[in-house]
Design a protein around this ligand. Structure first.
Ligand code: SAM
Length: 392
């Protein structure tokens, strides 16, 4: 059967965009063919070991299937699909959009020019390894990462990479929690980047039942977060207004705090320890509480050259604060690791303290207490804020 002209026009535009590297994606919708669960098909360009391919993601009600095709085969499939089974198609390129609609024998094709859109990377492995590949989501748009067309904005590429990285780090930590439907509390959630990304990945990609609560003292952010969670159909994700210390964290399986300010990190660790959370993970922010004590000049005189320059004092304050946090966590039954969280191209505050409750009884409490006392004495620290909370 000869394909009607509008379809040929769309296919020519798709082929040209593929060849010039300007193809963002082609999406086929309005399916009315023989497969009962098929909803849509998305086509992108990818680069594999055997060359450039058209990658078709067949989106079914409960799963996705990906098949890659060489050009001639892909165009044949598209021609047949648009003639017989799909009533609409949207082509997105870096320079224009095309909307195709078919109603019986009638066909329409509308072209709209666009500006400032980037083509996605065609690197097959990178795209495949990224946990969040689907970008046409209300939460990504609400957080300003994607535009109206569902494509990641040029100026939000770094943020999108960063949230994918967060999911890569947190998903295995959450997977290790034994609870059937873990409760994750994100303290100082801000706009909830982590919460939306993690919920989306856990609930819709790997289908692990989960509840996530973001605690945030700025009420407007909480209202916005709840509205976006509702619009996304994320029933297990909510935001609660108030301070970390006011929040009742009992029953939490994981307590997370990313760049919560200064001692808000300690509040979060304290709540996690008291709740007996299986996982406590914090990326500390500023370290003023300890820095002020170190600046008061009570540190061991031999450290003077290390603390003389403001920038090194800041780093020493950071290391002393977080080392003490790690030791206090150990003292409370947690196995603690510290590692780099996101590249410091994004932020210099890039350490993540990950503490997993291992309930080890044989730990030498006296030795840990002695280490804490010695570090405090060396750096002239009277009291670590977290230590005070735990003692209270
Ligand atoms: C630097 S932002 C980080 C936001 C988010 N965690 C992220 O990484 O994108 C810190 C957030 O913590 C909130 N915050 C700070 N101290 C808090 C406290 N004691 N209780 C509740 N929220 C707090 C602030 O309002 C702010 O939104």
């Amino acid at each position: 059967m000869t394909a009607p002209d509008r379809i040929e026009e769309l296919l020519t535009a798709t082929r040209d965009a593929f060849a010039s590297g300007s193809l963002v994606r082609l999406k086929l919708g309005g399916y009315h063919g023989p497969e009962p669960e098929l909803k849509s098909v998305e086509i992108k360009k990818i680069t594999t070991k055997t060359g450039e391919k058209y990658s078709f993601t067949y989106k079914y009600k409960t799963r996705d299937t990906i098949k890659n095709f060489a050009e001639s085969e892909a165009l044949e499939l598209l021609r047949a699909g648009l003639t017989e089974e799909f009533r609409s198609a949207q082509l997105a390129t870096t320079g224009f959009d095309m909307l195709f609609e078919r109603n019986g024998a009638k066909q329409r094709l509308k072209r709209t020019e666009v500006k400032g859109r980037e083509a996605p990377s065609t690197d097959h492995n990178r795209a495949k390894n990224r946990p969040l590949t689907e970008t046409d989501k209300p939460w990504l748009k609400a957080l300003g990462i994607t535009g109206n067309n569902g494509v990641v904005r040029h100026d939000a590429q770094d943020k999108f990479r960063q949230i994918n990285k967060m999911v890569e780090i947190f998903a295995p930590l959450i997977a290790a929690i034994k609870a059937e439907r873990p409760l994750i509390v994100d303290m100082g959630a801000g706009k909830g980047y982590l919460d939306f990304a993690l919920y989306d990945y856990l609930a819709t990609v790997v289908r692990r039942p989960v509840r996530i609560v973001g605690v945030e003292m700025r009420e407007q952010l909480v209202e916005d977060g709840n509205a976006t969670a509702r619009a996304s159909g994320f029933g297990g994700l909510s935001f609660q207004a108030g301070t970390i210390m006011e929040f009742d964290a009992s029953g939490a399986d994981a307590v997370i705090a990313l760049h919560a300010c200064d001692t808000a990190t300690d509040d979060a660790i304290f709540k996690g320890i008291r709740a007996g959370a299986a996982l406590i993970a914090v990326a500390p922010c500023c370290h003023k509480q300890i820095r002020r004590q170190m600046e008061a000049g009570q540190a061991d005189g031999r450290l003077e050259p290390l603390l003389r320059h403001g920038i090194f004092l800041e780093r020493q304050a950071e290391m002393a604060t977080d080392t003490l946090r790690a030791l206090l966590l150990e003292l409370n039954g947690y196995r603690t690791r510290v590692f780099e969280f996101v590249s410091d191209a994004h932020t210099p505050k890039n350490n993540l303290i990950v503490a997993e409750k291992d309930g080890r009884q044989g730990r030498d409490r006296d030795a840990v207490l002695a280490q804490i006392a010695e570090i405090k004495m060396m750096f002239g620290i009277g009291e670590h804020y977290l230590e005070g909370l735990l003692a209270g």
